[in-house]
Design a protein around this ligand. Structure first.
Ligand SMILES: Nc1ncnc2c1ncn2[C@@H]1O[C@H](COP(=O)(O)OP(=O)(O)O)[C@@H](O)[C@H]1O
Ligand SMILES: [Mg+2]
Length: 387
């Protein structure tokens, strides 16, 4: 049984997390200035790769952008990447965006001190200029580019007469199940690499949850797949070598030296391509499953289904070895607004108790439902609770 009383403050499940300090029925304030905000800021300033995930419409883009802005104001150089095909980063920042990084905001050197949180050793631009560069991943362009490269390689390696076959194969591949996700994953791998090399932090604004969990599992799936291909490739390379061995004299090993064997060359090239992919996905997986480098922020509404789905997504991520650093309950009905909103807030409190019971160890913060959409940098800074 759940009573109407003690919304918010009465939850006994704080267990050392930020929610102990939840004010009695108080309003959440800005994302980073309200209760639990410190824990969220700590996660954002600690890691190099941050994912915002959750259902459509809960506020992933808004939260990802707010965290990126806060980190930029703390002096870090941030790459903000949308992987959701329903992109809305450009709308939020009021800027046309593309598959290439667009500068969304920059802070002057010295501004960082006001941001307060410049305490990340690796993000150490100590008082330097922070910025947010945004990218909206375009899977169609990625697929075109990928198929062009594969086509070039295949045409180079296959006999001329098979070029029609190659073209047909590539057209089929474009619409094959998994091509789209593979392309997005490829670009996530790119963004992680670029981010680690050229930025202090990469923030991913991801697609709704199911998709995200599959995406996080893909490096492993793809590694296994590449592994299988490599083994097959190795067997056929050995088989080919054995066949060639049969057709030459016993001491003929030296004969091949200096002579180009097109088949061996092709096998070698395919092997190198597969090995590069495997190394890449293994590296991506290492980065994503290292809690010192990567964390996930789950954004949700305080409603029954979203709470249950968040608990499920948390379980999936933990199984995959991905750290979940914080929960953000967005669009919370403000306290003391009377009537309908008060009733909603009480009901939300009940759902949040379910969340607290299931995930007692994950810091949780809240952001109030605002009268307006969050559009533009000034609105974003208010939403984030930046001074
Ligand atoms: N706390 C809030 N109060 C009011 N509107 C909000 C709040 N957070 C987000 N919004 C609005 O809700 C809509 C969906 O948010 P968005 O961040 O795009 O969600 P998602 O990326 O999860 O689909 C946007 O119009 C956004 O401005
Ligand atoms: Mg979005």
């Amino acid at each position: 049984m759940t009573g109407r009383a003690d919304d918010g403050h009465g939850s006994p499940v704080g267990r050392g997390t930020s929610r102990d300090r939840w004010p009695d029925g108080g309003s959440a304030g800005g994302l980073l200035s309200g209760p639990g905000g410190d824990a969220l800021r700590e996660v954002a300033s600690r890691v190099r790769v941050l994912f915002a995930g959750g259902k459509g419409g809960v506020g992933k883009t808004t939260v990802a952008s707010a965290l990126a802005l806060a980190q930029a104001r703390a002096g870090r150089r941030v790459l903000l990447v949308s992987t959701d095909p329903a992109h809305n980063l450009g709308h939020l920042w009021g800027r046309p965006m593309s598959d290439n990084p667009t500068r969304l905001t920059a802070t002057a050197p010295g501004h960082a001190a006001a941001g307060g949180a410049g305490n990340d050793a690796r993000g150490g631009h100590g008082g330097g200029a922070g910025c947010v560069d945004g990218v909206e991943i375009d899977p169609a362009r990625t697929i075109d580019e990928h198929l062009r490269q594969v086509g070039d390689t295949l045409r180079r390696l296959m006999p001329e007469r098979l070029s029609g076959e190659v073209a047909r194969h590539l057209e089929l591949a474009r619409d094959a199940p998994g091509t789209h996700e593979a392309a997005v994953l490829e670009r996530i791998a790119d963004a992680v690499e670029t981010g680690l090399a050229e930025y202090d932090l990469v923030v991913f604004d991801t697609a709704p949850s199911g998709h995200t969990a599959r995406l996080m599992a893909l490096p492993e799936t793809m590694s296994a797949w590449t592994e299988g291909l490599l083994r097959r490739q190795e067997r056929s390379a050995r088989f080919g070598a054995a066949l060639r061995g049969l057709t030459r004299d016993d001491d003929g090993a030296g004969e091949l030296v200096g002579r180009r064997d097109p088949r061996a060359e092709r096998d070698g090239e395919i092997r190198r391509v597969l090995l590069r992919r495997r190394t890449r996905f293994e590296r991506l997986r290492e980065v994503l499953t290292d809690p010192a480098t990567t964390s996930f922020v789950l954004v949700l509404a305080a409603e029954r289904l979203p709470v249950l789905e968040t608990i499920e997504l948390h379980e999936q991520l933990v199984k995959l070895g991905v750290d979940v650093g914080a929960l953000v309950v967005n669009k919370r009905s403000p306290a003391g607004a009377g009537g309908l909103l008060d009733a909603r807030r009480t009901r939300e409190g009940e759902h949040l108790r379910t969340l607290d019971d299931a995930l007692p160890g994950v810091p949780r913060t809240e952001a109030d439902l605002l009268p307006d959409d969050v559009v533009g940098e000034a609105a974003l800074a208010r939403f984030a609770g930046l001074g």
